[in-house]
Ligand binder design. Structure first.
Ligand code: E4P
Length: 223
């Protein structure tokens, strides 16, 4: 299971890259809105220079033609790293776009997915990634863990190349829950990532050890 970062902020990316834990990056239109004032192309190119792995950027069009056109343009920025996030449109146009782009060697990430039917279609169409939105599934009254488990089982049984990404994370414990369902990737917002090293019992334990070390140093035999 790999960890991706869910952000478009350069400082956040630099900080988490320095931890050595992230293997890729995801963004969406709301994430870019947080970076108000930047130019999309310039910002994506900065991100591509930093991240040594797949970078998902959304083609926010509402039909297959629009998605394909935007995707072909974005892919020119770095065909190896750029992954085109494609909305799971209700009329099937997203699936059609993913199928067309993958045949051209452009990587896709079918996104905003909420159930196993959608995973089946994304995998069968040959998408490189398919993104399930954990908390938004739960908001709809469905157990997201079951959706992740069944989606992963479908992919494994059919031997599809598609990697399942799970996003829409609101608290550190979501990451633990999601890991138990074994997706290929969990994409984590910076705010949550920053909370993950913390555990109150770890802090308590380290205080105890620090105190013991001070006592040890006071009593240490000097040579
Ligand atoms: C994942 O790829 C998405 O960018 C993201 O996790 C969506 O999360 P949200 O429910 O916080 O919008």
């Amino acid at each position: 299971m790999e960890i991706f970062l869910d952000t478009a902020n350069i400082e956040e990316i630099k900080e988490i890259l320095s931890w050595g834990v992230m293997r890729g990056l995801t963004t969406n239109q709301k994430i870019f809105l947080n970076e108000k004032g930047v130019n999309f192309e310039t910002q994506v190119k900065k991100i591509l220079d930093l991240v040594d792995g797949p970078v998902s950027i959304e083609a926010p069009a509402c039909d297959a033609e629009g998605i394909i056109k935007a995707a072909r343009e974005y892919a020119k920025w770095n065909k190896k790293k750029v992954v085109i996030k494609i909305p799971m449109l209700a009329n099937g146009d997203g699936i059609k776009a993913a199928y067309t782009l993958e045949k051209e060697g452009i990587k896709t990430n079918v996104t905003a997915m909420m159930n196993v039917n959608q995973t089946m279609l994304a995998a069968a169409a040959g998408a490189t990634y398919a993104s399930l939105f954990f908390n938004r599934i739960r908001d709809g009254g469905v157990d997201p863990i079951e959706v992740v488990k069944q989606s992963r089982a479908f992919i494994d049984q059919g031997d599809y190349k598609t990697k399942l990404i799970v996003g829409s994370i609101r608290k550190p414990n979501d990451v633990i829950e999601i890991a138990s369902a074994n997706p290929h990737v969990i994409t984590i917002p910076y705010k949550i990532m920053k909370q993950m090293p913390f555990h109150e019992k770890t802090v308590e334990t380290l205080k105890e050890f620090d105190k013991a070390w001070e006592e040890f140093l006071k009593a240490e035999k000097k040579c």
